[in-house]
Write a protein that binds this ligand. Structure first.
Ligand code: FPP
Length: 248
């Protein structure tokens, strides 16, 4: 089946189930306007709602957003503090919109190391939206691909030490199940990664999970990334030939 959605003929039966998004370019967006960097993050936060609702209406099942990486702690304190407060602002305003769109909130990351108030609002949003049956809006918060693999390795090593597991039993599924994304079950591996702002790297995002992810790098800065851009990227994805290392 094919539907004409604006200029892009998106096939409704080949929507990427899981889209991962690196929302880059907030600082540059602000600088271009002579604003402080944090105002770019605020604008970027507002855009999260717009893009999440568009993705949900297009039939995306999981949208994972890289909101704070394990490396972002290295930014100046004022910026880190601002980024830690963003979930408080976001969920304080947008939970009713998420409810109206049947969107369920999840989080992936080392939340134990996040300030208690931020953890509490994230947990509250997860609890409030837990019965929603539509798209999962998954916040990668204090997330890093290497720290994810590291904690999975420790978990598996402990299970071997405690004789709950034999080395021979370690396979792809066992590792996937030990990663922080295991709560996404069979949808843990993104079909499509979109990074805005023109940078062409994955910056320690979902390293194991992205083994066969299609990648699109857009020049647009995150606060300017629009629903039209998302539809265009899904159209591009649908014109990729995914072979998973095999031949057709
Ligand atoms: C990268 O842009 C962006 C971030 C480090 C933060 C992204 C966070 C949001 C868009 C808001 C998240 C919303 C919630 C609800 C948590 P940058 O600062 O590296 O931009 P630059 O490369 O232009 O400096």
């Amino acid at each position: 089946m094919s539907d004409e959605i604006d200029n892009y003929e998106i096939s409704t039966d080949n929507i990427p189930k899981h889209i991962a998004m690196i929302m880059d370019g907030n600082g540059r967006w602000a600088k271009k306007r002579g604003f402080p960097r944090v105002s770019g993050h605020k604008e970027g936060m507002n855009n999260v709602k717009t893009i999440a609702i568009e993705a949900s209406s297009l039939g995306v099942k999981v949208l994972t957003l890289y909101a704070f990486s394990t490396e972002n702690w290295g930014r100046p304190n004022t910026e880190v503090n601002f980024l830690m407060k963003l979930p408080i602002d976001f969920f304080g305003v947008f939970v009713p919109d998420l409810m109206a769109n049947n969107i369920k909130v999840l989080a992936t990351g080392i939340l134990e190391d996040v300030p208690q108030k931020t953890r509490d609002v994230i947990q509250k949003a997860i609890d409030e939206t837990k019965d929603n049956t539509g798209m999962v809006l998954n916040f990668a918060f204090n997330y890093g691909g290497r720290s994810d693999i590291l904690q999975a390795t420790k978990k598996i090593a402990n299970d071997i030490k405690n004789e709950k597991l034999n080395v021979e039993e370690i396979d792809d599924d066992l590792i996937s199940n030990a990663l922080l994304t295991s709560n996404l079950n069979e949808l843990a591996d993104p079909d499509l990664l979109i990074r805005t702002s023109g940078e062409t790297r994955i910056s320690n995002f979902m390293l194991w999970q992205m083994a066969y992810t299609e990648m699109i790098f857009d020049d647009i800065l995150w606060p300017d990334y629009s629903p039209d851009n998302l539809r265009e990227d899904i159209y591009k994805y649908q014109n990729r030939d995914r072979r998973f290392g095999k031949i057709k």
